[in-house]
Design a protein around this ligand. Sequence first.
Ligand code: THU
Length: 142
Amino acid sequence: MNWDRAKEKMLADAAAEARKRAYAPYSGFSVGAALLTEQGKIYTGCNVENAAFTPGCCAERTAFFKAVSEGEHDFAGIAIVGGKTGEEPSAICPPCGVCRQVMQEFCDPQTFRIILPSGSEKWEVYTLAELLPLGFGGQGKI
Ligand code: THU
C-alpha cells in the first residue's frame, strides 16, 4: 500500500462515521473502526455490546470478521476512533489485546498500520509490531 496523509485521513474519517453506529448501552463508550484492504476496499465496524456482557464484540474485530467472512485476507491498515458516547474523542483509543491478536493472525506486523486519531485533524500511526511485540503467530505448533 502506498500511504499518504490523505489516505490515513480518509480511513480515520470512515472510522469516525462507523462509530456513529456503535451499540454501547452498557459501557457508554462508542468505538468505530475502518479496515483497509491492500486492494483499497474499506470494511467498517463498531462495537456491539450485549446485556450478558461477554458476547459483546469490539469495533476492530467486527471489521476484521466482516472482511474475512467476505474472503479478504490482505490488509494494509486500520483506523480506530473511540470515546464516551455523544462526545467527540480527544484522546486516542488503542486496540485491546484480543484485537491485536486478531490483527496478528491476518496482518504483516512490520507493515500493517494502526491509525489512532485524537481529533479530526490529528492522529498517531503505529505498526502492529510496535503495539504487539513478539506476537504469537502459531509458529512451531503441530
Ligand atoms: N472497545 C472497542 O470496541 N475497541 C477497543 O479498542 C477498546 C474497547 C469496546 C468494547 C466495549 O464495548 C467498550 O469499548 C468499552 O470497553
